[in-house]
Design a binder for this molecule. Structure first.
Ligand code: PSU
Ligand code: MN
Length: 335
């Protein structure tokens, strides 16, 4: 039924998987267009060992997108990278479309507010967590993997800058698997915002708030934890029986071998936040600016590797959760 949604352009692989009730994982594309280096990067030996499928001599953003897709496939699920291409809302990209998106000059950052405009004006861009969650819900995809979600920005009491990622999660029945909120945010306020919106926020194998490329914040304890993908699937299933229109947030720490020291990140952050304010960067441009500045700083190469390692880990966990939800929905393993 949902494939008949005229607004969405499904790849045949994704359409078939949805029709047959097989596990599908949505993947975000702002990380490809705005979040990662757009040229090939020299990676450490440790990284190649952890991510053997990493394609060399390819720009880091395209390599990341391909790696996430291949990890989802290796777990037996179908990846559905979501993006806007020439005004089409694509759910599942061909290899060619993915390459185009990664190399696009001046791609748009498409968040929830931008969706209709980008379709009507035939734009090309990456969808944020907010837009990807919204489209996944329209498409009937229940699980989505990303890096770090947006949230409440530092200085929110003056700027009112709260990512629409939080609002989209509150409106979409999708499990979003992430590595917590970006460390550049006001994390206690982000947790409060999630609670206010009624979004279950589950630490995966952690009691403390994961914060993107840095290790979890031991001063921020989470109220809920899960220890396995099937437990997450059971939680989502139960959540949707009671609250069928809202999302579930799963936060998995960055793999420990790649996590960047929080204090040094904080030092870098002080510098780039000041730069953003001096250059008057705000609104939608702020997150990409801060991340790009951090990637150029002294911890830059480690932060990029940490980002890639956590994207891979999240894609894998999301695929397992998707499989768990499929089996619960079809009653083959009753809870
Ligand atoms: N990851 C990155 N760069 C980004 C983002 C993620 O490395 O720009 C995007 C995500 O798509 C997230 C969005 O949804 O930033 C949040 O931006 P804002 O705070 O403007 O809502
Ligand atoms: Mn914002």
């Amino acid at each position: 039924m949902l494939q008949q949604n005229q607004k969405l352009e499904f790849s045949s692989e994704v359409a078939d998987a949805i029709a047959q009730g097989r596990p599908v994982v949505a993947l975000e594309s702002t990380v490809v267009t705005h979040g990662l280096p757009r040229e090939p990067r020299e990676m450490s030996a440790k990284f190649h060992e952890a991510v053997p499928e990493w394609p060399r001599d390819v720009s880091a953003n395209l390599a990341a997108a391909r790696t996430m897709e291949s990890v989802v496939r290796a777990e037996g699920a179908v990846p559905a990278t979501i993006a806007i291409i020439d005004g089409s809302v694509c759910v599942g990209l061909s290899a060619k479309q993915l390459e185009r998106l990664a190399g696009e000059t001046n791609p748009k950052k498409v968040s929830a507010r931008d969706l209709g405009v980008s379709v009507a004006q035939r734009q090309t861009g990456g969808t944020t967590v907010a837009a990807t969650t919204t489209i996944a819900a329209c498409a009937g995809i229940r699980v989505f993997a990303t890096g770090g979600i947006g949230g409440v920005h530092r200085g929110w009491n003056i700027s009112m800058d709260v990512s629409s990622d939080l609002v989209a999660l509150a409106r979409s029945p999708v499990v979003v698997v992430c590595a917590g909120a970006k460390v550049l945010l006001d994390l206690p306020a982000t947790l409060e915002g999630l609670e206010t919106l009624g979004i279950p926020t589950i630490g995966f194998e952690t009691e403390f708030l994961p914060r993107f490329t840095a290790e979890p914040d031991r001063s921020l304890r989470l109220h809920h934890t899960a220890e396995s993908a099937s437990e997450v699937a059971r939680i989502a299933h139960a959540h949707w029986q009671l609250q069928p229109t809202s999302g579930v947030l799963v936060m998995q720490p960055c793999p420990a071998a790649f996590a960047v020291d929080a204090e040094s990140t904080e030092r870098q952050l002080a510098r780039v936040l000041e730069l953003a304010s001096a250059k008057n960067v705000r609104g939608a441009a702020l997150t990409p600016f801060l991340l790009a500045q951090l990637a150029q700083g002294e911890e830059g190469p480690r932060m990029v590797e940490a980002n890639l390692a956590l994207l891979k880990a999240n894609a894998r966990l999301a695929a397992r959760v998707a499989a768990g939800i499929c089996s619960l929905s079809f009653g083959s393993h009753s809870p």
